[in-house]
Write a protein that binds this ligand. Structure first.
Ligand code: IVH
Length: 704
């Protein structure tokens, strides 16, 4: 900023404060524009937006010399791109050379020393003891983010290393991709914001989100993703950022270039990672600095098994020389830098034997072949069953009972058979035949045009479908009936004590005691859990009905719009599809559901059993466990919602709102004029969230 143009009345300090205020307003405006134009999901009213905009305009009018050339008052709202433009990387995005053993690790260390000795700067570095940074290698895809004076201006895929695709709008939907660099670090000190910062890192899909996505795709009979990496890649290349936003992707930053003649770049990689932390990026927390190669080896050993317990998939360890001065001396080959290497863990595969194949009937009648395997340890758990997905897959693999097979876990969670070892096949084995009748009710199966699965059309008469529907009814995100699970439901159906979800509410203590292995205490607990479930919020009730395509997120929107199940039951397809985010598939399937007399009867029975069927006090009961076990403290004034609304929102997703900061606090949310709680939280190293970050977390939780 050119100070000589400042009006005299503004002294140094106030000009800084005004600039900060302008920056802050600009950040908020950009964020809300993005939510409005790109995601079509505004979280503030037009009037509130206009207020922010006017505040900035007025400040700019009063202090024209302080106006930034890239102020949002100079731009129109951003509409999504339909084609990805190409972006040339400032510095090529190389890949890493792989090693798979500790001998190779030692050889790499020797090469490093030889490289240093042969370099022009040999004198400077000779006899230097090298330190190494070990980072878990996340299995996702690498991207590059560019920040100009603290604002994210572009995000690109790696592409061919020289040129990548411009996926800025999609990347902006990730809560862990900051739209602007944090002005203060965790200790509350001011960050130096460089003219240009290029941040590189990995976008990944957490294992749980991957499993949920594949479950949704399978429900819609769409092709599944083979692993979280493919799922992340497909999700980032969506033409519509709103689709990317639904995919629950996350970003770990692992590297940065600072381009600013007034700011000295960190000379150590470990410090670069801390700098990224300070700027508000998420850096994989298990990184470690080792003084020698033995320390690296110990790290690789330590994480070989432990990594399976993480919520994201890792396939190795990336080892980097810590001293960035040495990076220049060591240089790169055409493909990879010499100062870093990837230690890859052996693939997690195991051999087992197919002991049986069962054709299982799902909630919507889809018949899925499942191989029951000789139990085998794989990536941290014992695997006993693997889905064979559908008839096409059975034919492709030609898997048979008695076959020796190779099993792998897709994304460390879903076991799948990747190969049949035909040479080990017993002589009299028989090819599997997909049944043409339902294994549960014997009804002929149907194959619907364009679908890969066969379905049992006997929706209301098929015992297996009924059993699955009741299992879904009691599940956590549905009516959450503790103590009622698969085996109890089976027993109750077999004893003819229930014939629908509504019958659960007429069970007596005597009924439960008549069952094998049910004692007084557990019977009392089950009855109490059933009673409590009658009060579940409307979104969970709608989800519990098991309407095709209606997940918890859609159920929440339907509940908000129709307020009572009776109103939803009478809604027209047009009324449903006019709700933002509700497509024709949902509206059709909701209307179909309520058109069936069996479903109407169930709802009548549920009402008679005393199930609450309209919106109650929304904030009082959690509708999901997205924030389970996490305590939030609020301080300062939030601009887009009242404190009580923020507390309600936290509780809605299973979190706890507390008024005092302690070691048990997980997040401190601060608004304008925060009090001493912010300082205390920073002293205790608690994650602090400004309002946009908190809103992003709420948005993210609403998608779970
Ligand atoms: S550094 C030039 N650090 O692994 C060095 N890469 O096999 C660039 N990856 O393309 C990469 N975690 O997609 C680095 N902590 C980490 C990483 C990491 C995952 C991926 C990245 C890279 C690939 C190389």
């Amino acid at each position: 900023m050119d100070k000589k143009h400042l009006p005299k009345k503004i002294d140094e300090l106030t000009s800084m404060q005004i600039q900060e205020k302008m920056e802050d307003l600009s950040r908020q405006i950009r964020h809300h524009r993005f939510l409005y134009y790109v995601l079509s999901q505004p979280i503030i009213s037009d009037a509130e937006f206009d207020k922010l905009y006017r505040q900035l305009e007025e400040l700019e009018k009063e202090y024209p010399s302080l106006v930034n050339t890239d102020s949002p008052t100079h731009e129109v709202g951003a509409a999504p791109n339909t084609e990805f433009k190409q972006i040339r990387h400032r510095v090529p995005m190389l890949s890493l050379s792989n090693i798979t053993s500790f001998e190779e690790l030692k050889k790499w260390q020797e090469r490093l020393h030889r490289g240093i000795d042969g370099s022009e700067d040999a004198d400077k570095f000779s006899n230097k003891q090298l330190s190494y940074v070990s980072e878990l290698k996340i299995d996702g895809l690498s991207i590059a983010l560019t920040y100009e004076r603290g604002t994210l201006i572009s995000g690109a895929t790696r592409g061919n290393g020289e040129v990548g695709e411009d996926i800025t709008l999609n990347l902006k939907t990730l809560p862990t991709v900051p739209h602007s660099l944090s002005l203060t670090n965790k200790a509350g000190k001011k960050n130096k914001i460089p003219d240009l910062l290029e941040v590189r890192g990995e976008v990944y899909m957490p294992k749980e989100s991957f499993a949920a996505l594949n479950a949704q795709l399978s429900e819609k009979n769409e092709p599944l993703f083979a692993n979280p990496r493919n799922a992340a890649s497909g999700s980032l290349r969506q033409k519509d950022p709103r689709q990317t936003a639904k995919r629950q992707l996350a970003f770990f930053a692992y590297f940065a270039y600072v381009i600013d003649k007034n700011i000295v770049e960190p000379t150590s990689h470990y410090e670069t990672l801390s700098m990224l932390d300070d700027f508000g990026f998420t850096v994989e927390p298990n990184r470690s600095l080792a003084k020698n190669i033995e320390g690296v080896q110990a790290y690789c050993d330590k994480w070989a098994d432990k990594r399976h317990a993480l919520s994201y998939q890792t396939d190795g360890v990336v080892i980097k020389v810590d001293d960035r001065e040495l990076w220049k001396a060591l240089g790169s080959t055409a493909q990879s830098p010499r100062w870093a290497v990837a230690y890859k863990y052996p693939p997690e595969e195991a051999e087992s034997i197919i002991e049986a194949v069962h054709f299982e009937v799902g909630r919507t009648g889809a018949v899925t072949p499942v191989a029951w395997l000789k139990p085998v340890k794989l990536a941290g758990t014992t695997v006993k069953r693997a889905s064979l997905h559908n008839a096409d897959q059975i034919e492709r693999l030609d898997a048979r009972v008695g076959d020796t097979v190779v099993v792998r876990k897709a994304g460390d969670i879903i076991p799948e058979i990747i190969k049949v070892e035909k040479e080990k096949r017993p002589i009299h084995s028989k090819a599997l035949h997909y049944p043409d009748h339902c294994p549960s009710c014997q009804n002929p199966l149907e194959k619907i045009e364009g679908e890969v699965v066969f379905r049992c059309p006997n929706t209301y008469g098929c015992p297996a479908q009924l059993e699955r529907r009741i299992e879904h009814w009691v599940s956590r995100d549905a009516m959450d009936v503790d103590g009622v699970g698969e085996s109890l439901i089976k027993q109750l159906l077999a004893a003819k004590l229930i014939a629908s979800a509504a019958d659960l509410y007429h069970l007596t203590k005597e009924d439960l005691l008549s069952l094998e292995r049910k004692g007084e205490k557990s019977a009392d607990n089950i009855l109490a859990a059933l009673k409590a479930s009658k009060e579940r919020p409307l979104p969970n009730l709608i989800f519990a009905l098991g309407i095709r395509h209606v997940g918890l997120n859609a159920a929440e929107k339907l509940a908000e719009s129709f307020l009572a199940l009776s109103c939803l039951a009478e809604a027209t397809p047009e009324a449903i599809s006019s709700i933002p985010g509700m497509g024709p598939a949902i509206s059709e399937s909701v209307c179909d559901y309520f058109a069936q007399k069996e479903n109407r009867q169930l709802i009548d029975d549920l009402a008679k059993a005393g199930i609450e069927m309209s919106i109650q006090d929304e904030g009082a009961k959690p509708i999901s466990q997205a924030f389970a076990g996490r305590t939030f403290v609020l301080t300062g004034t939030l601009t887009s919602l009242e404190r009580s609304e923020a507390e309600k929102a936290i509780k809605k997703y299973g979190g706890k709102a507390s008024s005092t900061v302690s070691k048990k606090t997980n997040y401190l949310v601060f608004g304008e004029n925060p009090g001493s709680k912010l300082l205390k939280a920073q002293e205790l190293g608690i994650t602090v969230l400004d309002e946009p970050k908190f809103l992003e977390m709420l948005e993210e939780a609403s998608k779970k």
